[in-house]
Design a binder for this molecule. Structure first.
Ligand code: F6P
Length: 360
């Protein structure tokens, strides 16, 4: 193995730089290999200067840094590109150009760090002759093939701290405080931070709620002398027999953007006499320095990905299974999305300690 490439795709997540650093150090130290960084996901292959040497000097000091030094691209379809033709913007499929450009780099392996979208493209690229290895990244923790993706722990800590902070002000003002959290169609961030932060109501996509049941929980708390309530709500949470709320529809380039359920719930509670404030935590959950756990996990993933590449085990993703790093076929890893089990131990525990999912 002489020459490998590394890129980051999809939304950023704390720990990306730790993976990049581990890839470079392992490739150089253990295999004497040259590493090329690719800018802005697959876009880098088509950009002047988008593929550049990544030496140990360049990854020095990046371990605690959030974001990705490579840049990333967050599109629903990595092959769809907006171009101007005859003065009009049109979307074209440039996948053949990308495959050609990757082949011209004569890489012995391409390490693709990303979520389900990027990993799906990684598998497609393998089918078109590119030797890929995947690394699972997402704050949402929705990749089925791994117990946990890096980025999740940091997002969880940020969300929990936010809930703690809302607690004190909610109590002072006797208000309901809604916090809308990320996670797309998976409720892991909301469930885990909601439990860790002592929320009274947790609404997640996997358990559709009833408006009246949420109101009743807040009223019951008031009746029992708790004049404030904390409601942790996933951006993808939806009422029974209703769709999730989007603040932007999807198109060929972008997936639909979730957002607005917190505000809607706030308006509902206020209309029913509960003074309510809404916080949308948003991209704060993805920014800033990674937790120690995410740095540790990301480093293990990055280093393992190089070993998998050196063994020429392509079309595979590194994964955490029962505390150990291993690897599995990419397609198996993403075949089904990972979701909170509505009947699983995590939800049972939350219910046992009195948390409402708004479905009773
Ligand atoms: O998948 C990670 C995530 O942060 C989701 O939780 C969220 O819905 C989405 O990305 C936001 O994407 P963008 O950065 O494009 O706004």
């Amino acid at each position: 193995m002489k020459r490998i490439g590394v890129l980051t795709g999809g939304g950023d997540a704390p720990g990306l730089n730790a993976v990049i650093r581990a890839v470079v150090k392992t490739a150089v130290n253990d295999y004497g290999c040259h590493v090329l960084g690719i800018k802005n996901g697959l876009d880098g292959f088509l950009m002047p200067g988008g593929v550049f040497p990544l030496t140990p000097a360049e990854v020095r000091g990046i371990l605690p840094r959030g974001g990705t030094i490579l840049g990333t691209a967050n599109r629903g379809n990595a092959y769809a590109r907006k171009v101007v033709q005859d003065g009009k913007e049109v979307i074209v499929d440039v996948s053949t150009d990308i495959v050609q450009a990757i082949k011209e780099q004569k890489l012995d392996a391409l390490i693709m760090i990303g979520g389900d979208g990027t990993l799906r493209f990684a598998h497609d690229l393998y089918l078109r002759g590119i030797p890929v290895v995947g690394v699972p990244k997402t704050i949402d923790n929705d990749i089925h093939g791994t117990e946990v993706s890096f980025g999740f722990d940091t997002a969880l800590n940020i969300a929990t701290e936010a809930i703690d902070r809302l607690h004190t002000t909610a109590e002072s003002h006797q208000r309901a405080m809604i916090i809308e959290l990320m996670g797309r169609d998976a409720g892991f961030i909301t469930l885990h931070s909601g439990v860790a932060g002592g929320a009274d109501v947790i609404l997640i996509p996997e358990i559709p709620f009833r408006w009246n049941s949420v109101l009743q929980k807040v009223l019951d708390r008031k009746a029992r002398g708790s004049s404030f309530s904390i409601l942790a709500v996933s951006e993808g949470a939806k009422a029974q027999d209703a769709d999730p709320i989007y603040n932007r529809p999807g198109d060929q380039m972008y997936v639909p953007r979730l957002g607005g359920i917190g505000q809607k719930l706030g308006e509902y509670l206020e209309a029913n006499g509960i003074e309510t404030r809404v916080t949308v935590l948003g991209h704060v959950q993805r920014g800033g320095t990674p937790s120690a756990f995410d740095r540790w996990l990301a480093t293990r993933y990055g280093s393992a990905a190089v070993r998998v590449a050196a063994a020429r085990h392509f079309d595979r993703m590194v994964t955490l299974a029962a505390g150990h790093i291993t690897d599995m076929p990419l397609l198996d890893a993403i075949a089904i999305p990972k979701r909170v089990d509505p009947h699983g131990e995590e939800v049972v525990t939350a219910r046992s300690i009195g948390i409402s999912f708004g479905d009773e």
